[in-house]
Design a protein around this ligand. Structure first.
Ligand code: GCU
Length: 654
């Protein structure tokens, strides 16, 4: 059945190409198996061999700077035969080359003439699983956790291999197995053994295992009285814990830590800095080559400062104080994975500290698994944003790839949208977000439309009508979500408990910054959050050329207007409409886009298998209904404040 299990690796009948591995290894064996399954029959044999092997180096190929993970595919003569050579400086690089060759073939390329060269621009390309040890997944919409903690380490579900294959095919090389809201148990011996079993399965695919660590674990499972990072006993506990993990997982990647955020313990509990905490843990893994990914997602109940400012206020002063195996993990925006956020002001503000990106692939605030929203344009919007760290051209992508300041430790993480559903991600089109994340982690300069196209060709087939239609649906889909949920820079208008559905009126939650009214600041006069000097002055956290734009409502792009400004309902917009009329137009446009996706998808009915077609069609119907719900609920609330009439011809909210 076409249940989506095969993701973008829908190979069909094996072509049976001749693949040889003169020097084999588990990784090269995996690469060869993949090529035999995934390629159409080729005329030339395929040889997998390292660039340093004498017979390859003798060819004098110009391979450029491949690094450890870059690959090259070349048509050469080896041992008197014309062959397709897949090469690189490591076995994993060759595996990436094999997958690239399969992708090339399955998107219309010819293997017998293929010449491919590519190297990743970012070193750590990670999935963060928010998977709990009880099998649930925080913000997961694709079923229970993939990890069956109950039967691990004994039962090695073959699905773990397919997980590794899918990730390797797009270049992902790290996985954090457990939720950032971490249970201390994940660091106990039984769970280390379970993680080790997964690490063994993933290793041939170049994927390292990492764990989220709870900062207070020395108390909870270590029996200490404190988790104070400057207490020698605490440091010794973490060192011993790291040693224990590395005995089981020699290539363990390191820790991800959420500290002093949303109730999690951390160094601030002991009046120590985040750097004190991070450096103490970094010292424990350093002898083994491990790293600490320390999250910058902090905001405190006791802090009255604009939530959007708190991470910068906390971390910017610490620039230059982190150990060199610490990388700070920063969300794309300053609030929390909204359909649109301006780039996080920490990007470009901490030149002495490696910063890694944290994107969310799971659609916590974008309609869960049901709404179709292709996220590559959103990822790109942040990656392409200019921080002006060192003048124009200092894009976020160049901050995180290390090229601006010459950082060697670089990374990008995506909060996974993967669960135990047959189709892994809850819908066919959600698979594209996993795929796109991996492709952009490898090369942030890839165009989102090109990624959509290659994904659709591999996932839905190469019929041009199917591909063109799917790509056209995908490309505008995230903007449609912005339009019908939070147009013109609004944010966090989702119902607070589940983050699903509209609730701009909620005002009674105990923490002010959890209430949608905190973000919309709507009143009789206008709407939007004043983050200029007359308000919270969050704009001052950006480099002057950026701050200048965001501080001025006339210069601020309209898409970010209400993020930075409280604007009168009757303000004139670029279209000539009032803000009020413009907002309504956006809600309507969002709904119309979804209606258009339904029509387009209907036209593909004869061309897509019934199972995947039907599920997508049904989800689009839900999305259309809920887009309307968003518009109507939002308008009804705004009208209760502004008492403005609807423009002529507008349907009254139901
Ligand atoms: C969001 C999300 C939480 C998550 C948190 C985080 O607030 O709703 O579920 O724990 O982000 O990233 O730490």
């Amino acid at each position: 059945a076409e249940d989506g299990y095969d993701l973008w690796l829908r190979y069909g009948q094996p072509g049976g190409s001749a693949v040889s591995i003169p020097h084999t290894s588990p990784t090269l064996a995996a690469a060869a198996a993949e090529l035999r399954r995934g390629l159409p029959r080729t005329t030339r044999p395929i040889v997998l061999e390292r660039a340093t092997a004498p017979e390859v180096s003798a060819l004098g190929l110009k391979l450029g700077a491949l690094g450890d993970e870059g690959y090259a595919v070349r048509q050469v003569r080896l041992g008197g035969r014309a062959v397709t050579l897949v090469t690189g400086n490591s076995d994993v690089a060759i595996l990436y080359g094999a997958f690239a060759l399969i992708r090339h073939a399955r998107t219309g390329g010819n293997v017998d003439t293929a010449t491919l060269t590519s190297a990743p621009r970012i070193k750590l390309r990670m999935l963060d699983h928010w998977d709990n040890l009880d099998g649930s997944v925080e913000r997961g919409y694709a079923g229970q956790s993939l990890w069956d903690w109950w039967t691990l380490p004994d039962f090695r579900d073959p699905r773990y291999v397919d997980y590794a294959r899918a990730n390797a095919s797009i270049g992902i090389n790290g996985t954090v197995l457990n939720n950032v809201n971490a249970k201390p148990d994940s660091l106990t011996a039984p769970y280390i053994a379970k993680a080790a079993a997964l690490a063994d399965i993933f290793r041939p695919y170049g994927i390292k295992v990492y764990l989220s660590a709870r900062f207070s674990a020395p108390i909870e499972i270590g029996g200490l009285k404190t988790a104070d990072p400057l207490d020698p006993q605490v440091a010794a506990w973490w060192k011993a814990k790291a040693d224990e993990i590395y005995r089981a997982i020699p290539d363990f990647g390191g820790f991800l830590v959420k500290a002093n955020s949303e109730g999690q313990p951390g160094p601030r509990d002991y009046h120590r800095s985040h750097a004190d905490g991070a450096n103490m843990m970094a010292a424990a893994v350093a002898p083994h080559g491990g790293i600490v990914m320390w999250r910058a997602f902090v905001y405190a109940e006791t802090n009255a400062e604009d939530r959007a400012k708190q991470a910068y206020s906390e971390f910017k002063p610490l620039d230059g104080t982190f150990a060199n195996n610490v990388i700070l993990q920063v969300k794309n925006g300053a609030i929390d994975f909204q359909p649109r956020e301006p780039f996080h002001p920490l990007f470009g503000a901490m030149p002495k500290t490696p910063l890694m990106m944290e994107f969310q692939i799971t659609k916590e605030y974008l309609g869960f698994a049901t709404h179709l929203a292709y996220l590559a344009p959103m990822f790109k919007e942040t990656l392409d944003a200019d921080t002006y760290e060192r003048g124009p051209g200092s894009t976020v992508a160049r901050v995180i790839d290390g090229s601006i300041e010459g950082h060697k430790l670089t990374g990008i993480a995506g909060v996974a949208n993967i669960g135990r559903d047959r189709d892994w991600s809850g819908s066919t089109f959600n698979q594209a977000n996993w795929y796109a994340f991996g492709r952009l982690a490898w090369d942030p300069s890839l165009p989102s439309e090109g990624i959509a196209r290659e994904w659709a060709e591999q996932t839905l087939g190469t019929d041009p009508k199917v591909v063109d239609t799917s790509v056209a649906m995908m490309q505008g889909s995230r903007e449609a979500v912005v339009d019908y949920m939070t147009p013109l820079g609004l944010a966090h208008q989702m119902s607070t408990s589940g983050h699903y559905g509209p609730a701009p009126w909620i005002a009674d939650l105990k923490r002010p910054e959890w209430n949608p009214v905190y973000y919309n600041q709507a009143d009789a006069r206008g709407i939007g959050f004043d983050r200029t000097a007359t308000g919270s002055d969050a704009v001052a956290q950006y480099a002057p050329p950026v701050a200048k734009i965001f501080a001025d409502p006339k210069l601020t792009p309209e898409r970010d207007l209400l993020w930075f400004h409280h604007v009168a309902w009757d303000r004139k917009m670029a279209s000539g409409r009032t803000l009020w009329a413009e907002m309504i137009a956006h809600y309507d446009r969002g709904i119309d886009y979804v209606t258009g996706m339904r029509t387009r998808w209907d036209g593909l009915k004869p061309l897509v298998d019934a199972e995947r077609w039907q599920k997508t069609a049904t989800y689009l119907a839900i999305q259309q209904r809920e887009a309307r719900w968003w518009r109507d609920a939002s308008l009804a609330y705004w009208m209760s404040l502004n008492h403005l009439p609807l423009p002529a011809g507008e349907a009254a909210p139901e």
